[in-house]
Structure formats: structure tokens, C-alpha cells
Design a protein around this ligand. Structure first.
Ligand code: FES
Ligand code: FES
Length: 147
């Protein structure tokens, strides 16, 4: 139907013209994550100032779903507080599990990935960048606590 077509073209646009691709030199946070099912990897670099994501970039290899999702994620969390970004990741996970989720305009293009929940093998592709974000934040929290 038309909505599916729209979603598909949004995904392809992010795949072909990924937003925020690359690395931030001197970022405050770097995290690597791989998708164990395929071995694809992503690196996120973030610049977090006063708990706000000032800038975020991603790099790595992956399929169209993983690249599109990473592109959407970086666009969505830029300018957000870390807590807000993580909460969005939770909603995204719910969406991927086919559960009820709360989505507002703040979530940008991400809803275009909602159909991925019907393809269990692809869910890890779509969540790769969000898992990387979560891992990076948790790692930096525990480092801070050690100081
Ligand atoms: Fe098979 Fe991503 S792991 S499509
Ligand atoms: Fe590897 Fe999708 S097939 S991230």
C-alpha cells in the first residue's frame, strides 16, 4: 500500500544518503558494536556536552536496514538529552518487537522502520545503532562512577 511504499522510499533515502556518516575527531564517546548474526560493525562517535548530544556520527559496514536505521538514529538524537535518547531507543525496541510504542514527531523518520518487526532476522540490523548508543552510554557511566 501507499504507506509501505512511502516507508520503503524513506529507508532507501537514508541508505543512499546516510546522514551523519563518518567519525567525530575528539568526540567524548566512541563505541563499537557488531551484529553477531552477520558480523557487520558500526562505530558511533558522540560529542556529549552537559548530558546533551551535541553531535553524533556513525561509520561502518552494514546492510540497508542497519545503515538507514543508524542514519535515522543520529538525526533523531542530535540535540537531545542522553536520557531522552535512551528512552527513544526503548520505544524503538518496542516497535521492533511489535509492541505498543509511543512515537511523536521527535522520532523523525524512524517510524518508517516499523515494518521490520515482521522480519525477525532483520530486527538486529535495525537495532544495531541503538544498542551501540546504549552500550556507549552505560560504559561511560561506569567509567565516571569509577573516577
Ligand atoms: Fe541477516 Fe541482517 S543479519 S539481514
Ligand atoms: Fe548485517 Fe544487517 S545484515 S547489519
Amino acid at each position: 500500500n501507499n504507506l509501505n511504499q512511502l516507508y520503503r522510499s524513506v529507508i532507501m533515502d537514508h541508505y543512499k544518503n546516510p546522514r551523519n556518516k563518518g567519525t567525530i575527531e575528539d568526540g567524548t564517546l566512541t563505541v563499537d558494536m557488531n551484529n553477531p548474526t552477520c558480523g557487520d560493525r558500526i562505530r558511533l562517535t558522540l560529542n556529549v556536552v552537559d548530558d546533551v548530544v551535541e553531535d553524533v556520527k556513525f561509520d561502518g559496514e552494514g546492510c540497508s536496514i542497519s545503515i538507514a536505521s543508524a542514519s535515522m538514529m543520529t538525526e533523531t538524537i542530535t540535540g537531545k538529552k542522553i536520557d531522552e535518547a535512551l528512552a527513544m531507543g526503548d520505544e524503538f525496541s518496542r516497535m521492533m518487537l511489535g509492541e505498543d510504542y509511543e512515537m511523536d514527531e521527535d522520532m523523525g523518520d524512524i517510524e518508517a522502520l516499523s515494518g521490520v518487526s515482521q522480519f525477525p532476522a532483520r530486527i538486529k540490523c535495525a537495532t544495531l545503532s541503538w544498542k551501540a548508543l546504549e552500550k556507549g552510554v552505560k560504559t561511560s557511566d561506569s567509567n565516571n562512577n569509577k573516577e
